[in-house]
Design a protein around this ligand. Structure first.
Ligand code: ADP
Ligand code: MG
Length: 430
């Protein structure tokens, strides 16, 4: 009998790989936007039609590609981000597998237009189901513009299994949230079916949260912050009354990368203890920073589950950081308007930064109220931890400040802390 094992053709191998990488339109959005970030873009547009069925377009002002690189970028295991095995242990980019573009091009029609600043002309490549249709020089802006059309056009079974527009848009929004919350200094414009969904200027993390999730949530955030030998934790947790039925606004990031971590989630939710009615979930935005050698970002193909060394210790630290924020520091800082403690995005080297005055009611213990009788009943006295002598209105943004214009906004809220020190945004803007 003759031998029976054959090597798969590239296009079949790519389609198999695509099964993992490209689960739905939101996966394409994620991969393309991460590439734009890796290319140093300071401004990224995401344009979606029909929940990604018809069009997913990502336009960036990053460093672009040479004609040869543009062609190479669609090969499987083709990457500019690592070259040897050791590099796997010191990854500084979002991508590194060199699989995304090959996978996307295996299951869609892709047009790539890209130009580097030093090149007079750019390159346009059309590729569909892994077959290059054309490659030609074109006039183009510096940066990269990917159009992905008719996702899964060649795999009817998968196209058919896409969910309703509403569900697919929800997945896309979830991806976009994870990305914009880790890259506040990057401007984003997101357009769904010709309507602007988000228009975000370069800003700080607190402004970004306000502009994405709204003024009401922003006014009800409490900062958390703790530095230890094994983990630094920063971020915001929302007051109990901002809780919601779903868990879509629970964000953990580690070293500026989104992660899903049920065990740490428990650390946070259990800190709210009796403050939340049954079935309600707290909203939080928590950024962990650890030594990269203590985590394994490689255990899951879509890279959102991350294994930590010392998870139990981190659980305890996280739990007490949230409790402390809710119980003690949670008293809204008494910010006086005379002292100009605003969240001005444009600190300069000459800006004088003064710490805010925080008044704490040492007798107040939010955990001592145990019975929450009916739905949305947050324990009595909860308000008072926040009032700190001021009425709620004192923390409203003046109506004249247009929330669409973050530059004009004054953020009156928790004491400022600076994300600049961790996350790679500052290096980009430097
Ligand atoms: P990976 O991101 O894992 O390297 P991809 O398939 O996503 O793999 O991309 C392959 C390569 O194409 C990247 O390593 C990068 O060199 C190049 N590339 C992709 N997107 C862009 C972009 N928006 N700007 C510049 N280069 C890009
Ligand atoms: Mg990539």
């Amino acid at each position: 009998m003759s031998d029976i094992i054959k090597l798969l053709s590239d296009s079949v191998a790519n389609q198999i790989a695509a099964g993992e990488v490209v689960q739905r339109p939101s996966s394409v959005v994620k991969e393309l936007v991460e590439n734009s970030l890796d290319a140093g873009a300071s401004s990224i547009d995401v344009i979606i039609k029909d929940a990604g069925r018809t069009l997913i377009q990502v336009v960036d002002n990053g460093f672009g590609m040479s004609p040869t690189d543009a062609r190479m970028s669609f090969e499987r295991h083709a990457t500019s981000k690592i070259s040897k095995a050791e590099d796997l242990f010191a990854i500084t980019t979002m991508g590194f597998r060199g699989e995304a573009l090959a996978s996307i091009a295996a299951v869609a029609e892709v047009e790539l237009v890209t130009r580097r600043a030093d090149d007079e002309l750019g390159t346009c490549i059309n590729i569909a189901a892994s077959k290059v249709k054309s490659q030609e020089p074109v006039a183009a802006a510096v940066g990269t513009n990917f159009k992905v059309r008719n996702l899964f056009f060649n795999i009817p079974a998968r196209r058919k299994f896409l969910k309703s527009d509403k569900v697919e848009y929800k997945h896309i929004i979830d991806e976009i949230h994870r990305i914009v919350l880790t890259n506040p200094s990057v401007a984003f414009k997101v357009v769904f079916d010709n309507e602007i969904k988000y228009q975000l200027l370069s800003e700080n993390i607190h402004q970004r949260i306000a502009n994405v999730f709204g003024k009401k949530l922003n006014q009800n955030l409490v900062p958390i912050g703790v530095e230890t030998q094994i983990v630094n934790i920063k971020g915001f947790v929302a007051k109990p009354e901002m809780s919601q039925k779903n868990t879509s606004e629970q964000f953990f990031f580690v070293n500026n990368r989104y992660m899903y971590h049920p065990y740490f989630r428990k650390a946070v939710t259990s800190a709210y203890d009796k403050l939340l009615p049954e079935g309600e979930n707290p909203r939080f935005f928590i950024y962990l920073e650890v030594d990269p050698s203590t985590i394994d970002i490689n255990i899951h193909p879509t890279k959102t589950e991350i294994k930590f060394e010392g998870e139990q210790a981190i659980y305890m630290i996280l739990n007490s950081a949230v409790k402390e924020a809710l119980g003690k520091f949670n008293v809204v800082p008494t910010l006086s308007f005379e002292e100009d403690i605003t969240r001005d995005a444009h600190f300069t080297s000459t800006t004088v930064v003064r710490p805010p005055v925080i008044s704490v009611n040492p007798k107040f213990n939010p955990f001592k109220y145990t019975d929450s009788g009916y739905k949305r009943d947050v324990p009595k006295g909860w308000e008072q931890i926040y009032d700190g002598g001021k009425t709620r209105d004192d923390f409203e943004l003046p109506e004249s400040e247009n929330p669409q214009n973050p530059e004009a906004m004054q953020f009156i809220g928790p004491p400022p802390f600076h994300f600049i020190a961790f996350g790679n945004d500052c290096h980009k803007s430097a």
